[in-house]
Ligand binder design. Structure first.
Ligand SMILES: Cc1cc2nc3c(=O)[nH]c(=O)nc-3n(C[C@H](O)[C@H](O)[C@H](O)COP(=O)(O)OP(=O)(O)OC[C@H]3O[C@@H](n4cnc5c(N)ncnc54)[C@H](O)[C@@H]3O)c2cc1C
Length: 592
């Protein structure tokens, strides 16, 4: 069975050495001292290793099943869900007034990574609930908040997000689900939603669906869409569960991964729903929590790579094949362990340097969200808005690639289900698709985010990189290995942006043919920046002679690897972008 241990030491390094949590001045961060965060991460890690991870493979093998209209989750899921609920983990970063603990979002992310690495399918029931809670906190009426939020924060009730229909996923303007207004102010919702994660299950008393539908009087396309709350069981005035609402499970999708999460076809047949937020402004309400939801999916990408990596390391140390080219290491054995081979090392370093960089990027992103929410910092808000498609798209593409690399370390045994490596690959794959497929993330980045506010957030990003390099150019230990590569990569990014500015208006295809490359180019620069910041933090700790020197030396060596071996990809992405759309669009559709 695959192993999993929470990487608490690395998380502590990012929170305290890199982000310097207690010095940020963000309300709530002053509580985040090393002992406090160690206690939280330690408890989360224990739950993940002892309870959640042991159910990952069995949940994958068994999957969910639909019997007589009821969805059953795999054996053990209910008890594990109870353990998460009892521990109050769902409310960690949610408002106190609804039963949460109001810790910063960055802590919610850290714990979320641990639970997701241990068991992504199970963690998604909680993740979707979190998304629905955020929508209600931002847009619900006081009465809706009082009715739904305490039970959702405590996880007695879970939540779902219903956007997709059979004929529309990306292009939500084509939604057909209808909302008919009733005299009592409610609506009757009719239509079919597909692919609804955690759409139904046997672990909670009630399920609160947030549904996009069209009410009369709205315009065409996305403008006419409104958001509704549709509970599986209607809530009585006294808060008890009332009659079963007109929503039922048509089927559970058979799919490639996350088998323990019920992906449902939901049929709404005159189900009673209530408007959330303004009429015909449902997209705005749904997308208000987009930064967090997309960051959460970006997190899933590297969290699966982390779990796969941990197993690949253990296997590479254990499996004996061939001899080291520089002379036998395991002289008394029949062969040396895989880890002696440079190509296996390359693969493990690829994985390790990506995962640790992505973790830093995600925590930094979460810290920007905390700055925006808790300090009202508009620049942080603009920055995270720019970076969100990068976090989501780049990290899930790379996370999948790294899970494949971890699987490759096992050779044929990686392809055999017995070792559990195929599950990491299969589970990681969905993060590239849902919450806006990655091609659409790239489109959002190039087509919208770069131009926001006359390009100010993008300029602020370049300025931040430039000033980091300038402030630290006196650091001889970092100059050649960290600062120079970062400077060059950032230059590639600026050149690419300039190319879009000069060519995008007259030939939009030229910009969009390069959008995927731009998202990856941007992702590498962000991880390069993270590695430079982590390199600085590690070097400072070494200079001060505090802490675990071996850990900091390892950090620096891993960072040097990222800068030398991953970051040069920016040059390739730039060359592709500058080649424009001619070769991409050369063939007529009939030639394919
Ligand atoms: C397991 C699973 C769980 C899911 N959970 C949920 C959920 O909980 N709630 C929910 O509402 N939905 C959910 N989804 C749906 C998911 O969000 C959609 O599948 C996704 O948004 C893509 O929509 P689509 O499948 O219709 O693909 P399409 O929109 O048909 O897109 C197909 C491809 O074309 C690309 N594309 C589309 N438009 C453009 C464009 N303008 N320019 C360039 N490329 C474009 C896309 O990137 C994609 O690669 C889930 C899906 C799966 C498989």
């Amino acid at each position: 069975m695959p192993i999993y241990t929470a990487p608490t030491k690395d998380m502590q390094f990012i929170l305290h050495d890199m982000l310097k949590a207690t010095e940020t001045g963000i309300p709530g961060y002053d509580d985040l001292d090393r002992d406090f965060t160690a206690a939280i991460l330690g408890e989360a890690g224990k739950l993940a290793t002892d309870v959640l991870a042991p159910l990952n493979a069995s949940g994958d093998a068994e999957g969910c099943r639909l019997e007589n209209g009821i969805v059953y989750t795999p054996k053990g899921f209910k008890a594990a869900f109870e353990a998460v609920k009892e521990g109050g983990w769902n409310g960690l970063d949610l408002p106190e007034e609804f039963g949460g603990q109001n810790l910063p979002y960055v802590m919610g992310c850290a714990v979320g990574e641990v639970f997701c690495s241990a068991n992504m399918a199970l963690n998604m029931y909680q993740g979707l609930t979190h998304g629905a809670i955020n929508a209600l906190v931002s847009h619900g009426t006081d009465a809706q908040k009082a009715t739904y939020l305490p039970k959702m924060v405590s996880m007695e009730w879970t939540g779902t997000m219903n956007l997709t229909e059979p004929h529309c996923g990306t292009d939500l303007g084509m939604i057909r689900t209808k909302a008919d207004p009733q005299e009592d102010g409610s609506y009757l919702i009719t239509g079919q939603k597909i692919f609804i994660s955690a759409g139904d299950h046997d672990m909670a008393e009630n399920i609160i669906h947030l549904v996009l539908a069209k009410a009369p009087g709205g315009g065409e396309g996305t403008k006419g869409i409104s958001l509704f709350v549709v509970p599986k069981y209607v809530i009585n005035d006294d808060g008890t569960l009332g009659e079963r609402n007109g929503v039922s499970v048509g089927s559970i999708e058979e799919k490639m991964g996350i088998h323990g999460n019920a992906t449902c076809v939901l049929n709404y047949d005159g189900a009673r729903g209530w408007l959330v937020g303004e009429l015909h402004k449902g997209m705005r309400a749904m997308f208000v929590m987009m930064n967090e939801a997309r960051l959460g999916v970006g997190l899933q990408g590297y969290a699966q790579a982390e779990a796969a990596y941990q197993n690949a390391v253990a296997y590479a140390k254990d499996r004996l094949q061939g001899r080291a080219v520089t002379g036998a290491v395991n002289k008394d054995g029949p062969a040396d362990p895989l880890i002696v081979h440079p190509d296996i090392r390359r693969s493990l370093m690829d994985q390790k340097s990506f995962v640790e960089g992505a973790r830093a990027f995600t925590f930094w992103g979460a810290h920007l969200i905390d700055r925006a929410h808790r300090l009202g910092d508009k620049e942080a808000d603009a920055m995270i808005s720019l970076l969100t498609p990068v976090i989501k798209g780049f990290q899930t593409d790379m996370g999948f690639d790294m899970a494949v690399q971890a699987q490759q370390v096992y050779g044929g045994h990686g392809y055999i289900e017995e070792w559990g490596m195929s599950q990491f690959v299969r589970d990681a794959r969905i993060a590239m698709i849902y919450e806006g497929a990655n091609g659409v993330q790239a489109l959002d980045l190039v087509g919208r985010k770069l131009a926001v506010d006359g390009g100010k957030p993008a300029m602020a990003f370049f300025e931040m990189v430039k000033s980091f390099i300038k402030e630290n150019e006196g650091q001889e230990a970092l100059k050649a290995d960290f600062l120079e590569p970062l400077k060059n990569a950032s230059k590639d990014l600026q050149t690419a942006m300039m190319y879009f500015m000069q060519n995008g208006m007259k030939n939009p295809n030229a910009a969009l043919a390069g959008s995927n490359d731009f998202m990856h180019l941007f992702g590498h620069v962000c991880l390069g920046l993270m590695w430079a910041r982590m390199g600085l933090a590690a070097q400072n700790a070494l200079d001060a002679g505090t802490g675990d020197a071996a850990f900091y030396e390892t950090k620096l060596a891993t960072g040097r690897y990222y800068m030398a071996r991953h970051l040069p990809a920016t040059g390739m992405h730039l060359a592709r972008i500058q080649s424009g759309a001619d070769t991409v669009m050369a063939l007529p559709a009939e030639a394919f």
